[in-house]
Design a protein around this ligand. Structure first.
Ligand code: AMP
Ligand code: MG
Length: 524
């Protein structure tokens, strides 16, 4: 079998302590950052889709993607030569409570590879049991794998820090799942995705050692992370650990600002799903805001408390950072640096979130009533159901010389029930536009310049919940064309793409309460 041109460059397994047991029996792993495991051999793997862009990152060509070796390696059927796959050990706070050891229960890292001066971890998701699988099977189903594959790539092209997805394979095996946890399990097609990231370390990777009072392993892991991923920081010193925490605060802040900008709701922001690099990871029951609603969450498992709703995501990042601070504290034994970094996060979030909104509105400079303008907009967007993506995209067509009625007419396409508007609602919209138009007239940029800038931050196309669901339903019947179409669409989310115009549309009515569209569970 010809070899793939991958340059193996493992450092995680070489530099960090391994679990001494080599079986995949469920167990509590102590004093180690990972356990060696072997991926499960799928019965009849087939490639459904591969991302040529992600392949390029790791040094693979489009030709490689079509090879049998690629199919075998990235379905788990065959190991890369000299590779020793492993599952990572981590813990986590889930929905506000310490959950103890979690770990890669259905993810297996194949290897790290280096290409063009960067090192990447290649990780299969859904390829069988590990010591961390607890009571579950280590497998993944087609629907959640399609969602992860498409969304990782879509997020990247939207400019959001994220893990990437190299490939989506069917395993040829069936997996039993109870989608809505209501006692109706059914067999679904099994799948494996290969995720790619600089590292899959999470906040929970650090928390587990602090919880085990294992300062030595925690220190090794922190030093390792600083050395490889925060190289401008000095490892091994108290100041270094403090700087590291601050840097994680910075990256996490950038990530969540992007989420708010594009209307992405992660859905399960537990500390085990928070990347130490500030990447979006672990795409589960995520979703995209359609009607602008800060209370919305796609995750039906969380529908009662809505802990991870759109409007709370920054608070939840903050909460998670606080848990990370508790873990790293034992390396410094001083509170002050953590308190300062967390305070910095709070203040900076307010500043950067405001700036992000000014960018979305196409405004430069500072005007005294800008804070009010943004706050009022968040209010009017909630008067009646208003599509966030369409609203901001249409807003860029407003011209300085227009009246408030003309401007309002331009965004009516974003309203879900434009024919049922009350007079008071129209008046509130018009008064917001009056303020906005006044503000626009203070801008020195031309309408066309402003539009170009707005269109670079307000995507025209996002992977709406119902779109992924359509691709899933077609794929279930063996038709994979829509996966490719949505993949192509999401490569240029800020461009007009006239042949794709049908995806610039409000969520269809059938999708409002459909499972997979607005209701999702963790059952993947
Ligand atoms: P998640 O909610 O996907 O972040 O998963 C939380 C924890 O449950 C992680 O430790 C996962 O590895 C584990 N997990 C989720 N689904 C499965 C599964 N099907 N088999 C084994 N472990 C799983
Ligand atoms: Mg997870």
């Amino acid at each position: 079998m010809p070899k793939l041109p991958l340059k193996q460059a493992d450092c995680f397994t070489k530099e960090l302590p391994a679990d001494s047991l080599l079986t995949n029996e469920r167990r509590q792993v102590k004093g180690a950052c990972f356990s060696y495991v072997t991926p499960r051999v799928p019965s009849q793997p087939s490639l459904l889709h591969a991302s040529a862009k992600t392949a390029e990152l790791v040094g693979l060509t489009e030709e490689d993607l079509e090879s049998e070796t690629f199919l075998n390696v990235f379905s788990g059927k065959e190991l890369l030569s000299n590779s020793k796959p492993y599952a990572m050990c981590y813990g986590g706070h889930q929905f506000g409570h310490w959950a103890g050891q979690l770990g890669d229960g259905r993810a297996i890292n194949l290897a790290e590879v280096s290409h063009a001066g960067e090192r990447w971890a290649l990780q299969l998701k859904g390829s069988g049991e590990t010591p961390y699988s607890r009571s579950a099977d280590g497998l993944a189903v087609l629907r959640s794998s399609i969602r992860e594959h498409l969304c990782s790539e879509a997020m990247y092209h939207l400019g959001v820090p994220t893990s990437r997805s190299l490939s989506l394979m069917l395993t040829g095996d069936e997996v039993l799942r109870d989608v809505m946890y209501d006692g109706n399990p059914a067999y679904e097609k099994g799948a494996v995705v290969c995720r790619v990231a600089k590292s899959f370390l999470r906040f929970g990777s650090f928390e587990i050692h602090a919880a085990n009072r294992d300062k030595e392993t925690l220190r090794k892991l922190a030093d390792y992370t600083i050395r490889h991923h925060y190289p401008t920081i000095e490892a091994g010193t108290k100041k270094g650990y403090a700087d590291f925490f601050k840097a994680v605060c910075e990256r996490s802040l950038t990530m969540v600002i992007h989420w708010q900008r594009v209307g992405f709701v992660h859905g399960v922001m537990n500390t085990d799903n928070m990347s130490i690099l500030g990447d979006t990871i672990d795409y589960g029951p995520y979703g995209w805001l359609e009607g602008y609603d800060p209370n919305w969450t796609p995750n039906t498992t969380d529908s009662q408390h809505r802990r991870y709703r759109y409007g709370s995501q920054a608070d939840m990042v903050f909460w998670n950072l606080h848990k990370l601070a508790n873990a790293l504290y034992i390396l410094i034994e001083e509170e002050q640096p953590f308190v300062e970094a967390l305070e910095w996060f709070r203040n900076q979030y307010a500043i950067q979130e405001h700036e992000m909104h000014l960018n979305k509105l196409g405004l430069t400079g500072v005007e005294p009533r800008d804070i009010e303008l943004v706050a009022d907009l968040k209010g009017v967007l909630q008067l009646v159901e208003t599509d966030m993506t369409i609203f901001f995209r249409r807003l860029s067509s407003v011209k300085k010389t227009q009246t408030e009625q003309e401007a309002f007419d331009l965004i009516q396409e974003a309203l879900y029930s434009p024919d049922e508007l009350k007079v008071e609602t129209i008046d509130q919209w018009k008064s917001w536009f009056a303020h906005y138009l006044l503000r626009l007239r203070k801008e020195s940029r031309t309408d066309a310049e402003r539009q170009a800038n707005m269109n670079a931050v307000n995507p025209k196309y996002v992977l709406r919940n119902y779109m992924a669901q359509l691709a899933i339903e077609a794929a279930d019947k063996g038709d994979y064309a829509l996966i490719e179409e949505l993949y192509q669409l999401s490569q240029k989310p800020y461009e007009e793409q006239p042949h794709m115009q049908k995806w610039f549309a409000k969520r269809p009515e059938w999708a409002r309460v459909k499972i997979g569209c607005s209701m999702l569970s963790c059952s993947s």
